[in-house]
Design a protein around this ligand. Structure first.
Ligand code: PGA
Length: 249
């Protein structure tokens, strides 16, 4: 069976309504002109742009997801958005535990796991982010850190997407070597197997400075089932070029 890639765009804190409509209609138009086999496209705009994105992408086949969610389905949590609300809108996925949230919002592995469980309970697929810092990489702690993050933040017996994003590769233009990606993805796949029943929709994405120029090489690594794309997802042409690289493999 050929594998189905997932190319996900993490817009971060970018996206007015006008920007969202333009970018989503451009992506939809590119996909209509050139349908991609074996590739799912997903965009994750900020909460305020989700409705607009869903409306513009209706019937385009492009999926829409959130960038974070609360760990409770509802309640007295001012300013938060629950996975039930994301599902209600029409989202299919939600990113949890992105390194920017782990760093700036002090999210722990335990909280990330609760969020992933809440997402699953709401019928969403969580995209659980993990990855080492530069200091951890340089002191040969990468595999230990990855192992700890997987242990602590991934629910068992569940179909989830795991995104390996080395913190030092995010937004920096620096990417790990193919050997480094190969090593970490093999370790994640092995660990994920030990976590119990995992269906065919479980995936491991690579993220961190993915661009049209490096996408094919990264996506060709064993156990890389797609990409989580930040900066390059803010432009339809580069986002679509990455998806095309996946389709070409
Ligand atoms: P980047 O971001 O592609 O801009 O490096 C990736 C991410 O943070 O998900």
């Amino acid at each position: 069976m050929t594998k189905k890639f997932l190319i996900a765009g993490n817009w971060k804190m970018h996206g007015t309504l006008a920007f969202t409509e333009t970018l989503c209609s451009e992506v939809a138009a590119l996909l209509k002109k050139e349908p991609l086999k074996q590739v799912d496209l997903l965009v994750c705009p900020p909460f305020t742009a989700l409705s607009g994105a869903l409306k513009t992408l209706q019937k385009s086949g492009v999926l829409v997801g959130g960038q974070d969610c609360h760990h409770e389905p509802h309640g007295a949590y001012t300013g938060n958005i629950s996975p039930v609300m994301l599902k209600d809108l029409g989202c299919t996925h939600v990113i949890v535990g992105h390194s920017e949230r782990r760093q700036y919002e002090r999210e722990s592995n335990a909280l990330v796991k609760e969020k992933a469980e809440a997402a699953l309970a709401a019928g969403l697929i969580p995209i659980i982010c993990i990855g080492e810092t530069l200091e951890e990489r340089e002191t040969s702690q990468t595999l230990a850190v990855i192992e700890r993050q997987l242990e602590g933040s991934v629910p068992r017996d569940a179909t989830v997407v795991i995104a390996y994003e080395p913190v030092w590769a995010i937004g920096t233009g620096r990417v790990p070597t193919i050997d480094q990606v190969t090593e970490v993805h093999a370790a994640i796949a092995k660990k994920q197997k030990s976590f119990g029943s995992v269906s065919g929709t479980a995936k491991i994405l690579y993220g961190g400075s993915v661009k049209p120029s490096n996408a094919a090489a990264l996506l060709n690594v064993p156990h890389v089932d797609g990409a989580l794309v930040g900066g390059a997802s803010l432009e339809a042409a580069s986002f679509f070029a990455i998806a095309k690289a996946a389709a070409g493999l």
